[in-house]
Structure formats: C-alpha cells, structure tokens
Design a protein. Structure first.
Length: 133
C-alpha cells in the first residue's frame, strides 16, 4: 500500500500491519504481532523522518514468505540517504526519543537490509522475521 510521508501515514501503515497479522492468525497482543508491528513502525518512521520527498509517498508491503516467516518492506524515493549495513550503537542520550530505530530492527528481525528501488529512484528497506512455533 501507499502512504503519505507524514507521521499520520506512518501510523496508518503500522496499524495496517497489525490488522493484517491479526487476519493471518496472529492476534493483536501476540508476540509475533507486536514484534512485526514494531519493526514496521521503525521502518516507516525512518521513511517519514529521514527520507521524505515533497509530494512523494512511501510504500509498505507485508508478505508471508513461508508458513511462519514474514517480510516487511518499506520503499521511499530518497536514493542518497542509505542506512549503515550494521547500525552502530546509538550515541543518543538515554532519555532521547529517537536514534535507535535500526538498532531495534536489527535486534528483532532475523535479517534486514537495503536494496535499490527497481526502475525508479529510491530504496527499499526490508526485514524478515520468523515466528517461533
């Protein structure tokens, strides 16, 4: 789905992920739903905060790649702002409200990465997560 590059767009994207996972059999308060929703929240927040281009939206895709494995993909149109392959420990103040998003994604997801957007400017940040049986 496509969302506006605004805090409201990020919030709606996060809610969509939670609803979709609930529909796929992972209730709202389950660890799988909460973990994948948090991963989506961090990736969409980064798209809104660090990669907005006026008039251009971000895209979110949630897929089930295997019976218990899910992939969250967030695509934006900003090519020059790429994340570090392995985020360094945050130098943010312990009370800071930002600066730890990719550290959380790295800690929660099985794998994550960044790929160039096909046939258009931008990039896709993706993360996979396998639900424990």
């Amino acid at each position: 789905m496509q969302f506006t590059s605004t805090p409201r767009g990020a919030r709606l994207a996060r809610r969509l992920v939670s609803h979709r996972l609930n529909d796929w059999g992972h209730p709202y308060t389950s660890p799988a739903n909460e973990t994948l929703t948090l991963i989506a929240a961090e990736l969409t927040a980064n798209a809104v905060r660090h990669a907005p281009v006026p008039g251009r939206d971000f895209h979110l895709r949630v897929t089930r790649t295997a019976p218990d494995t899910y992939c969250i993909e967030v695509t934006d149109t900003r090519t020059e702002r790429l994340p570090a392959p392995a985020p360094a420990p945050s130098s943010a103040h312990p009370d800071a409200e930002s600066g730890r998003g990719l550290l959380l994604v790295s800690a929660l997801a099985d794998t994550w990465g960044c790929t160039p957007r096909a046939n258009a400017p931008g990039k896709t940040i993706w993360a996979t997560y396998t639900v424990a049986p």
